[in-house]
Design a protein around this ligand. Structure first.
Ligand SMILES: Nc1ncnc2c1ncn2[C@@H]1O[C@H](COP(=O)(O)OP(=O)(O)OP(=O)(O)O)[C@@H](O)[C@H]1O
Length: 341
């Protein structure tokens, strides 16, 4: 659906040349929710502006929906932008227009006749959960409702790709959740491809199928969300993952645990997907004559499944402890003995 090949974007400033996007290769599939995460200045906004043709790459090729957008003329670019629309952190609504008029705006520009516009606006109001609010003004709406207007407006001309530029960063956690739920539901209902940029791992965790991590203009890591959460490779990815999970505890914490629980064995279990739903602990306790103590635990849920870690102190007869560890292994749970006392 979207393919970037060796794309770079350089800006010439008074301070010299800035490489905002540096040799990025990406393939985004039709119908997926793809997240791009990075800290401020990583190049996310520039990348997303390249995807809708607002910026042209200094080098490289960008193909969206079969269309090479780096070389198309202004007129074709206008048509292209109807197929690739965008929502923004601060909504970018027209404050002097009602909600219905905001949503109708891109339809007017596309030359849709008035009666059709009206019907389409009603349809969109229903889709985003703003029935009956068409005559309100944006200033009368909450942040979440304003973003719903932004989403309805972005969907007006039936785009195939929705770009989301920090779409929930100005919202409180509860409202963020409701907007993310709405994005998932339109992704499923309309088969829309969604590309979002964010600095919040919660957003990636909650709705993305795949993620790319950006640092200094480069994509430094990319993959399925569950995989990246389980086995982050780069230091920056580990920092993002640790925002929401303590599965990558620093050595010190483990050492502390070993000091705190000197008896028996400390065993770290790593659960992925279905294994999170198995009653492994209760089976362990029933089957073996051991003391089992939960020392630390954490399960996170991503769109593609759950994952998490559990650290157990298992104490008792040496053979029983070994058998118990073998049993956990046999349940397809990745197991690591932290201390060998
Ligand atoms: N039009 C421009 N002219 C000059 N430099 C720019 C321009 N746009 C972006 N940059 C620079 O490119 C780099 C990447 O910026 P970009 O806004 O893409 O990052 P970001 O990850 O989106 O960060 P933020 O979330 O803070 O916007 C920064 O150093 C920025 O100053």
């Amino acid at each position: 659906m979207i393919s970037l090949k060796e794309v770079s974007k350089r800006f010439i400033t008074k301070q010299g040349e800035i490489v905002a996007v540096d040799n990025v290769n990406l393939d985004i599939q039709r119908g997926e929710i793809f997240g791009i995460i990075g800290y401020s200045g990583a190049g996310k906004s520039t990348l997303i502006r390249l995807l809708n043709g607002l910026e042209k790459p200094s080098v490289g090729q960008i193909v969206v929906n079969g269309q090479e957008i780096t070389s198309i003329n202004e007129e074709k670019l206008r048509g292209f932008r109807q197929k690739v629309s965008m929502i923004f952190q601060h909504f970018n609504l027209l404050w002097s227009r009602t909600v219905a008029e905001n949503i109708a705006f891109p339809l007017e520009i596309a030359g849709v006749p008035k009666d059709k516009r009206k019907a389409r606006v009603e349809e969109l109001l229903n889709l985003v959960g703003l029935e009956g609010r068409g005559d309100s003004y944006p200033s009368q709406l909450s942040g979440g409702q304003k973003q719903r207007v932004g989403i309805a407006r972005a969907l007006a001309n039936g785009p195939e790709v929705l770009l989301c530029d920090e779409a929930t960063s100005a919202l409180d956690p509860e409202t963020t959740d409701s907007i993310l739920d709405l994005l998932v539901s339109i992704n499923e209902k309309l088969g829309l491809t969604i590309v979002l940029i964010t600095h919040e791992m919660q957003v990636i965790q909650k709705i993305c199928n795949r993620v790319a991590v950006m640092e200094n203009g480069q994509v430094v890591e990319e993959g399925d969300v569950l995989e990246v959460f389980q086995k982050p490779q780069q230091a920056i990815t580990k920092r993002f993952v640790s925002q929401i999970s303590d599965s990558n505890q620093p050595v010190q914490t483990i050492q502390k645990l070993v000091q705190l629980y000197p008896n028996g064995k400390l065993v770290k279990l790593v659960f992925v997907g279905e294994t999170t739903e198995q009653p492994i602990l209760s089976r362990l306790i029933k089957q073996f004559d051991l003391e089992v103590n939960i020392v630390q635990g954490n399960i996170s849920h991503t769109k593609s499944g759950a994952f998490g870690t559990l650290i157990l102190q298992i104490d008792g007869n040496d053979q029983a402890v070994e058998d118990a560890i073998q049993f956990i292994h046999s349940q397809k749970v990745n197991t690591e003995v932290i201390n060998n006392d």
